[in-house]
Design a protein around this ligand. Sequence first.
Ligand code: ADP
Ligand code: MG
Length: 617
Amino acid sequence: MAQRVAVPDGANKKTSRVRVAVRLRPYMDNQDEKDEGPCVRGMDSQNLEIINWRNATETVKYHFDAFHGEQTTQQEVFVSSVKPILPHILNGQNASVFAYGPTGAGKTHTMMGSSDQPGVIPRAVSEVFKLVKAKDEDEGWDYSIGMSYLEIYNEKVLDLLSPSSHDLPIREDKDKNILIPGLTLTTISSFSDFDKHFVPASLNRTTASTKLNQRSSRSHAVLLIKVVRTQRALPHRQQTGKLYLIDLAGSEDNRRTGNQGIRLKESGAINLSLFTLSKVVDSLNSGTAVRVPYRDSKLTRLLQDSLGGSAHSVMITNIAPEYRYYFDTFNALNFASKSKLIVNKPFTCETVAVLPVKRAKEDHKAGGSGTEPQKKRHKDDRKTEQDGSSPSSHFYSPSEPSVMDRLVALEKLMMNCQDKDKLSMLSVAQSRKEIQELKEKQREFESKAMLFSRLAGEKSSAKQEPAFTNNSAPLQRKQSTATNAKKQQAVVQPLQVFQPLQQLAVVKKQSVCVKKEGKISDQVEPPDGKENSWESQLDTSVLEHSRQKILHILNTGSLKELKGLQQIGDKKAKLILGWREIHGHFINLEDVVKVEGMTGKRFSSFMKANILSAMGK
Ligand code: ADP
Ligand code: MG
């Protein structure tokens, strides 16, 4: 029997970087109903820029290991980003290539492609066969190639080569190799052999339609190519190299795609995997000795031996140039890169007075670089005046606080990454946090004041709410960045990021106020009201302290910490993590009722159990 050997790789214990490439698909007219043109474009083979959502006279520039522009062919993507890692598979090392990005941005095109434009998967498989064939017989190894194909759907592992099978377990052997007992592994002897199994299995993928894409993939499709080499001579040493080729589920924002009910739940699971993947990529690329949270989702658990460590990994982030994808593109770019520059210039490299959105389209259609002067400018300028909208309000209307909230929450999430460079900014972050806490207190006071006024018989609340109704002003884009010459080339730092956090507090006030009214009126039921009698017996400051503690865990707790709360099991903890990923933090404890399955009644019982438990400690 062949003897398995560990890969002689001294770097085994170390974590290695995930190479990040971005691919921008061509602009598509039918994806741009409003005829707005592109909002993102490439600059060179490593850099791209996207219009700044805070201020359309600026662009945000991102740097990556590789940037593949709209004209890049399938072959070029393969040669530059995937081909170089394949020889390692024949030497017993692991690798993974995954396509990330919103639905409709080109993940499946990149990974699968079409018959006339084959993508990474067929090219990589045929290259592996080619490499094996080219191996010198005299080296004394026999090679065998196998394939498995699975999907992760709703955190379940399903075998696409044996569709009747159920959720498969993921295990780790004593050498830290990840295994899936029961998963079909089919030996393949040629590319056509591979194709014979792969094509019908692809049709088994679970798909469901969303508003964005009729055949949107709601699952992560994972193809595994396993190369086992065995020494012909004694002791028949054996080495296994694994290559994962993954077409990830769409990273789009679910509220925009209108997902409801089961779809929303499904999205929560998808987001949990993608969210964990982003944390894993983050901790690998930050180079710090933090725990890599592989175990927090099925996808990352599966990839544990093929992402980081001695493995070779490439993430191809697919993005689309149309404005309708703006938020998802911004999101995807931020996932892919933590370093960006704000460049104080309009998208077209012209003066601030130019409407960047329209100009960009003209550039694009003319096939220009974006730097040539444009003759049609007046017409477009006039249109802007008629619209009465500034370039930024054109698509980031302050009346859409949820959009702003999401962007702010996204940036807030970004700040949680382990970036050493940002440590110096922690004191700023701390003081911002304190301001935020003071604001919370202020809001509590305001709510209480309103309540007292009501109780005193003042019917109209309108006059008491100016602080809550004035929610548009703070959402206007930041003026200072554009005028402050010193900041023009600054790397985006928390100062930029934290500014809107204050805005967030203001924007949220109205809804918070509405929610609180209900809750507070519950709490101030007549003394004979039984519901809250347990609370009324507690010291207010102790009560408040416990509430803050619970809120803190809900907002920052890991899966384990969340499960440490009373009445929160594994499922609920995951739903909370998923909610946090989509919406950011819970502003108030009462917001927990927005998490699926958390009714008002359950919330009351949850609060009682946790407050009493916190006090018992
Ligand atoms: P996703 O898998 O991310 O949802 P698709 O791969 O299905 O996106 O791409 C959406 C559409 O865009 C498809 O019609 C696809 O053929 C087309 N497309 C994507 N990327 C490119 C590209 N680089 N060149 C040409 N067409 C592309
Ligand atoms: Mg797809």
